[in-house]
Design a protein around this ligand. Structure first.
Ligand SMILES: Cc1cc2nc3c(=O)[nH]c(=O)nc-3n(C[C@H](O)[C@H](O)[C@H](O)COP(=O)(O)O)c2cc1C
Length: 193
């Protein structure tokens, strides 16, 4: 089984990158083949520009997009690990989704409308955030996050979102809390425990 971890936090000292790195080592220890794709490593272009748009129309996929698609193609399980920024994905992750989950690779249109092409892949979503879950629940936004940052992207592409975990008030979480969050993260896919 191949596990692709995609993370999107600029600081190596962040809880987000700590979580991604723990997931990498724990899943490896459980015998999985793991690839950690930290979007801030290297020079991933995160804006779908006019050249990309024209290229995608002709199926002449830019090589950096092809390389990311290959990682997804080879993955059975995909973990997305990111902080909530302005109630949404960080721009680098949004740009990754815009550029990499292309028509013809991730979805296509048929007589019955849009059809996801990435069936059989499981997705785990890990969202770290400064605010509390209770506050977003009160505003009716938590379910919106699950839909917009989860199902509307990954299930649209045919993948199955098997869990979406929110790590609240992360900036004030102590060591104990962070360890509890790590246990929650690992319990999302009990197959490895
Ligand atoms: C640009 C920016 C926007 C943010 N927007 C939100 C937000 O909308 N909601 C929220 O709960 N936290 C927000 N935060 C806080 C981050 O989610 C929080 O700092 C992050 O999860 C911390 O993760 P770390 O411990 O991995 O560094 C924002 C932080 C930044 C830098």
């Amino acid at each position: 089984m191949t596990h692709l971890i995609i993370s999107a936090h600029p600081s190596p000292r962040s809880f987000t990158n700590y979580l991604a790195s723990e997931l990498e080592s724990r899943y490896k220890a459980a015998g999985m083949s793991v690839v950690w794709r930290n979007l801030y490593k290297g020079s991933f272009k995160a804006v779908l520009d006019p050249d990309d748009l024209e290229a995608l129309k002709t199926s002449d996929i830019p090589s950096d997009i092809k390389a990311e698609q290959e990682l997804i193609r080879n993955a059975d399980l995909i973990s997305i690990v990111y902080p909530l920024w302005w109630a949404s994905f960080p721009a680098i992750l949004k740009g990754y989704i815009d550029r990499v989950l292309t028509k013809g690779f991730a979805f296509d249109y048929g007589p019955d409308g849009a059809k996801g092409l990435l069936q059989g892949k499981h997705v785990l979503i890990h969202t770290t955030m400064g605010n509390s879950v209770a506050e977003y629940n009160r505003k009716g936004l938590l379910e919106a996050f699950r839909a917009i940052q989860g199902k509307e992207v990954f299930e649209y592409c045919g993948m199955e979102v098997v869990g979406h975990q929110f790590y609240e008030e992360i900036t004030s979480a102590d060591k104990e809390k962070r360890e509890e969050y790590l246990r929650c993260a690992l319990n999302m896919y009990p197959e490895i425990n």
